[in-house]
Design a protein around this ligand. Structure first.
Ligand code: DGY
Length: 323
């Protein structure tokens, strides 16, 4: 009998084709997230489960496993899975690093430019037929070129964002738990600085940290109070890193120039007041959403599953596993 591999939600065909000859594939093509009950059933009857970052796989679900070898998350983030418990139960957990950072950095830059130059409200204005001719004060925004960029979290995505900043002749500051090696800092032309200083000095602040106990709500009222009134906050990491209520209030009261969000505290719910703010650009969690990258992620997921099914350590275990 072939091993059972279950995919909790829609998944690129190229990866399904790679898996199909090796296993009995069970898919959910409805496009609707699997419920906790369905996830439990999938976990109980499968040798491998391919999960979405929206599937909450905690102790209750993991406890239903009978022969599960791997939970292969389709995403770089893995805060949706109780990794410690899975590992205690001898189940591998993998993610998709090193294949989506450039695409997510591209989106981050689209958001920086979009927020600063008010691209979305300007598009809306134009398509609504309100453009009646050039005017000196129409849709003024902030300059990006020559400004200071503050990057919080300088992992793969953060570093890709930094590399793009050189074309904009920016001063680049970064903050994270551990300082990068000197050589890397030199190559990136980035200056290590405390979080408070970064918040005080940056014109554009972009977040690239995973969601952990340490980063949950790392940006709230106190941190926003340190930022310049002319600053922009960009967020493509995980919603709960920012207190969205504090952000909405600051944008409403003009304590920040603007923000751009791809992720939300109560995703997919938006915080009250968000949709009324013209200085807030809103996206539906599309950081890695390019054709090429979603295929690359899925093929890596498939490789991890195939590794696990033949008893090999999967190639991209989440970082908390000892290598
Ligand atoms: C990830 O990989 O964690 C991203 O959020 C998906 O776009």
């Amino acid at each position: 009998m072939k091993p059972i591999v279950t995919v909790t939600n829609i998944f690129p065909q190229a990866a399904l084709d790679k898996l199909a000859p090796e296993c009995d594939l069970k898919t959910n093509d409805s496009g609707v997230s699997s419920t906790a009950e369905e996830l439990g059933r999938m976990v109980s009857e499968s040798d491998a489960v391919i999960s979405y970052l929206t599937d909450k796989i905690g102790r209750d679900i993991i406890d239903q496993s009978t022969k599960l070898k791997i939970i292969a998350n389709y995403g770089a983030g893995f805060n949706n899975i109780d990794v410690n418990y899975a590992s205690e139960r001898g189940i591998w957990v993998t993610n998709t690093p090193s294949v989506l950072h450039e695409t997510t950095a591209d989106l981050t830059w689209a958001m920086i430019l979009g927020a600063a130059r008010r691209i979305v409200p300007a598009d809306r204005f134009t398509r609504e037929g309100k453009f009646k001719g050039w005017s000196a004060k129409m849709f003024l925004g902030g300059d990006v070129y020559g400004k200071t960029l503050g990057v919080i979290g300088c992992g793969e995505i953060g570093r890709s964002v930094v590399r793009r900043a050189s074309g904009f002749n920016m001063r680049v500051l970064y903050h994270q738990r551990n300082r990068l090696p000197e050589e890397e800092e030199r190559m990136l032309n980035a200056e290590f600085i405390s979080l408070d200083q970064l918040l005080r000095e940056s014109d554009f602040i972009t977040l690239h940290v995973p969601l952990t106990d340490e980063t949950e709500y790392m940006i709230g009222n106190d941190e926003i109070a340190l930022m310049k009134k002319t600053a922009y906050l960009i967020h493509t990491a995980r919603g709960k890193v920012i207190d969205d209520y504090a952000l909405v209030a600051a944008l409403k009261e003009g304590r920040l120039a603007g923000a751009a969000l791809d992720v939300y505290e109560d995703e997919p719910e938006l915080t009250e007041g968000m949709t009324e703010l013209d200085n807030l650009l809103l996206l539906p969690h599309i950081g890695s959403a390019s054709f090429e990258t979603r295929d690359r992620m899925a093929l890596l997921v498939a490789d991890n599953v195939l590794d696990a099914l033949v008893g090999k350590t999967p190639r991209t275990l989440v970082p908390s596993y000892p290598k």
